[in-house]
Design a binder for this molecule. Structure first.
Ligand SMILES: *Cc1c(COP(=O)(O)O)cnc(C)c1O
Length: 489
């Protein structure tokens, strides 16, 4: 299968590229991104044939349907990364939490957030492609907390790839910061920035767009790639768990094969939701995809009104910070799929220039045939955490936003799969506050509070962080990032 560009082709690069080309060099014409030209049709036969397949066998066959130009051995080694999850036989447990609501837990990987689902196998694929081509790649990442640890973990000591990861100093949780600054592999560099996530992100974008920076990298024989979800190499691994979660409901007897379900996704950059959209298009029986946001509710507005509006809309800090995003990159792939390249280019250019766009009534109807959306503020999220805990389920504040959409946006009483994107250990002060009222605790104290309240223990990989030596000590002004990255190379 080949990949094409969301904003059309500028004549300076091929109009159609292979999977490996789309991975190694993810930016396309006019600032667009790559999308599959068409999607494989899986349908009920495929689902029936995989009724009892384990996660890796299912993953192998879903990937094979995309016919990627990646050797089966590489795919096998990529999928073997799921063996490091809590239960290698079932890396994504699906738990009934109440009535029709099932939670698909995507956080059982090494860094305890759902970014591992895609980044763990992606790291193997990218490194092996780079080695095959004899190229050396630099991954520049800016993180508000979860992408950084997951990207560092997956590329640790991987050949032909170096990672420089920028984080806002003071802007992440203690656990997230420790996950990054205790990384000591020679191919990893972690840089704290005086500023917030937007400062780190804009500094990164400037570097990625700088010809002078690229020329300096070239002198060092290094190419730039990306590990954020504009890279389709991440999205493809996010189709699989939606299909797996559906099959789990069949196996648990919650639904019959072919019954429709709701997918309920906590959304930021829309990578998780896009994986669900592709699964639906490939034949998964999905009634609708519910898009859950926090108060940064651009996606709620888009889906309910057809308007994407960034004017007078600063990013609001919330207790679900991985969703504090206003420019949601993967919406562009939906626009392309529904309305074509010409329209997508016009809409995205308008968003860049005027900070807003509006869909036509007919376009909005097509979007609403697939998606429904609501947002959940911090107080509501806290109440959902408390309520779930009283019923014996401990969840993080991102997952909690889905409970609102579950209550308000289901038109039919169908089974619903809520995606849980982080373990309680990653956002412990917020959860401790919900459970005991404790305010302003440091992570280590909040972790103890929660473990006690939930009669559990702090998982070893998290507890260990507090004793590990700090290996990464750079905290700098954003003007000095380029210098610091070049010195690292
Ligand atoms: C990244 C992240 C999200 C948002 O996922 P997208 O694919 O960007 O929509 C939600 N929750 C957590 C905990 C995350 O780390």
């Amino acid at each position: 299968m080949n990949f094409t560009e969301t904003r059309g082709n500028d004549g300076r690069r091929p109009a159609s590229v292979s999977f490996s080309e789309a991975i190694l060099s993810p930016m396309s014409s006019f600032g667009g991104i790559y999308v599959p030209e068409d999607l494989p049709e899986l349908g009920l036969d495929f689902l029936n044939a995989h009724r009892t397949a384990d996660y890796k066998a299912l993953a192998r066959d879903v990937l094979a349907a995309f016919e990627p130009d990646i050797a089966p051995g590489v795919i096998g080694r990529a999928l073997a990364t799921y063996d490091a999850f809590d239960d290698p036989a079932n890396p994504v447990p699906v738990i009934q939490v109440r009535d029709d609501l099932y939670v698909s837990e995507l956080y059982h990987g090494p860094t305890r957030a759902f970014k591992d689902m895609a980044l763990q196998p992606f790291g193997v694929v990218l490194s092996e492609l780079a080695q095959q081509q004899g190229g050396h790649y630099l991954i520049l990442a800016a993180t508000s907390g979860d992408t950084g640890p997951a990207a560092l973990d997956t590329f640790r000591n991987k050949a032909n790839v170096k990672v420089a990861c920028l984080y806002p100093d003071g802007g992440t949780s203690d656990v997230q910061r420790l996950q990054m600054v205790t990384e000591d592999a020679p191919n990893l560099k972690v840089i704290g920035i005086h500023g917030d996530f937007d400062d780190a992100q804009s500094a990164l974008k400037r570097l990625l767009a700088s010809d002078a920076f690229r020329a300096k990298l070239q002198e060092k024989n290094t190419l730039l790639s990306a590990a954020n979800s504009v890279n389709f190499g991440r999205i493809i691994f996010q189709v699989i768990y939606h299909i797996h979660s559906y099959l789990e409901l069949v196996r648990q007897g919650a639904i019959d094969m072919g019954d429709r379900v709701y997918l309920d996704v906590p959304s930021g950059n829309f990578g998780n939701a896009l994986g669900g959209y592709y699964a639906l298009k490939m034949g998964l029986p999905v009634e609708k995809i519910l898009i859950a946001s926090n108060r940064n509710n651009v996606l709620t507005d888009l889906i309910n009104t057809g308007r994407y509006d960034l004017r007078d809309r600063p990013v609001i800090g919330t207790t679900s910070p991985a969703m504090d995003i206003l420019k949601s990159s993967n919406v562009e792939r939906i626009l392309w799929d529904l309305f074509g390249a010409e329209r997508t280019k016009a809409l995205m250019e308008q968003l860049d220039k005027d900070k807003h766009y509006e869909l036509t009534a007919e376009e909005l109807a097509r979007l609403q045939a697939i998606f429904a959306a609501d947002f959940c503020d911090d107080a509501e999220g806290k109440a959902y955490i408390q309520q779930a805990f009283e019923n014996g389920y401990l969840m993080d504040p991102h997952t909690a936003t889905c409970f609102k959409a579950y209550e308000t946006r289901r038109a039919k009483p169908l089974k619903t799969i809520v995606y849980s994107t982080a373990e309680w250990t990653k956002f412990s002060p917020t959860i401790a506050n919900a459970l005991t009222g404790e305010v302003g605790a440091r992570d280590i104290d909040a972790l103890r509070t929660i473990a006690q309240a939930a009669k559990t223990t702090i998982p070893a990989p998290i507890a260990r962080l507090f004793d590990k030596p700090i290996a990464q000590t750079s905290v700098i002004d954003k003007e000095r990032i380029e210098e610091e990255v070049l010195a690292f190379l």
